[in-house]
Design a protein around this ligand. Structure first.
Ligand SMILES: Cc1ncc(COP(=O)(O)O)c(C=O)c1O
Length: 358
């Protein structure tokens, strides 16, 4: 008789991947400043486009994502062949890893950075190579160059970095890109691009144009406020974009998401006004924290970072009691998304009370 095992045999490489733990939901009385979401509701034109598309959800979406791809290409001044979309930029990032790396290959990123990087690397069976951040919370580009091996296939550069908010400047990034061997794909993850105000931080789209091994990741989840619809995109040379279309989940981007993203690009002025208000709040929150005595770096994203070490979980609990859900990374620090003025104020009050106790 065939020996029965307990359940199907799964790939051993999955053992190193943490199971998904849903973020703590905000209670009815609390503000969710834990997921870098946009606190504003959808703009009217965007909502109407999504509602209109909802009437047809018995149909599959446009598999080629034609209208959105054309709109993105026009908005960023790139050929349509250079655009590939996916289920959020994390979906596109996963497709990029699947397109470049397999068992035995290495995927490099700064650490701490976006927590999906090690996970999507291991899903592909490849080896994550985390390179510690510098003392001022940014990418250590020299250490990253030194960590390149003949197995390196992809390097994520998260600019600005999640969760620290630090951003790389043009000169250092260009020097890095010039030093990376041309067969390694460098992915400039610019999920927070629209929140950057430091003019020395380059737009990745300037940098990819004459570099076939560079591609840029963008998302509609943050500044554009479509996190729940799951749509992001990459801009890269044709070889990369074509590979992305092969590794993406077919029909992954719903028609609701496609149409809402097109409408968002058309409502960009109104959307970016809201981004301006969030940037003003970021400046206010940063200044208030500094006045309270905290050490806070300049953030170019829609969140701020407090390195709290062993106090991280206590601080997050104190915020929770005050009605604000923040994102702790145990033993390291807490990331606080910039939200509504009222939520930011509640957070600042909790931070001040905590500061007085330590
Ligand atoms: C740096 C970075 N990249 C990508 C993403 C993924 O966002 P989405 O999949 O919603 O586009 C996030 C989300 O937090 C992020 O912080």
């Amino acid at each position: 008789m065939v020996q029965r095992e307990h359940g199907p045999r799964l790939r051993p490489s999955l053992d190193g991947i943490p199971s998904y733990k849903p973020g703590k939901p905000a209670g009815v009385d609390s503000f969710k400043l834990s997921s870098n979401e946009n606190p504003y509701p959808p703009l009217p034109g965007v909502l109407e486009a999504a509602v209109a598309a909802a009437g047809d959800f018995n149909r599959y979406p446009d598999m080629g994502v034609g209208a959105l791809t054309a709109e993105i290409a026009q908005r960023f001044g790139v050929p349509v062949e250079h655009v590939a979309t996916g289920t959020g930029s994390v979906g596109v990032a996963q497709s990029l890893v699947l397109a470049t790396a397999a068992e035995g290959d290495e995927v490099m990123f700064a650490w701490r950075s976006f927590e999906a990087y090690p996970i999507i690397t291991q899903i592909a069976g490849a080896t994550p190579v985390p390179v510690p951040l510098t003392a001022d919370e940014g990418h250590d580009l020299d250490a990253m160059l030194a960590a390149i091996t003949d197995r390196t296939r992809l390097i994520f550069v998260c600019n600005p970095n999640n969760p620290t908010g630090a951003a790389l400047h043009r000169e250092e990034l260009v020097r890095f890109l010039d030093a990376v061997p041309a067969h390694i794909l460098v992915v400039l993850d610019e999920a927070y691009r629209e929140f950057i105000r430091d003019e020395d931080v380059p737009d990745g789209i300037e940098l990819y144009r004459d570099r076939p091994n560079v591609c840029v990741l963008r998302t509609f989840s943050k500044a554009y406020g479509l996190a729940g619809l799951r749509v992001g995109f990459a801009i890269g040379h044709e070889q990369v974009a074509t590979a992305l279309r092969k590794t993406a989940v077919p029909f992954g981007v719903s028609q609701l998401a496609q149409d809402a993203a097109v409408a968002s690009l058309r409502a960009e002025d109104a959307l970016l006004e809201r981004v301006e208000a969030l940037v003003a709040e970021r400046t206010r929150v940063t200044a208030a924290l500094r006045a309270q005595g905290w050490t806070v770096g300049d953030s170019e994203a829609n969140f701020v970072w407090l390195r709290l070490g062993e106090r991280t979980l206590d601080f997050a609990a104190a915020c929770g009691e005050a009605g604000v859900v923040v994102r702790p990374f145990p033993g390291e620090g807490v990331r606080i998304s910039i939200g509504e003025v009222e939520g930011n104020d509640l957070f600042l009050t909790a931070a001040e009370a905590f500061r007085k106790e330590i």
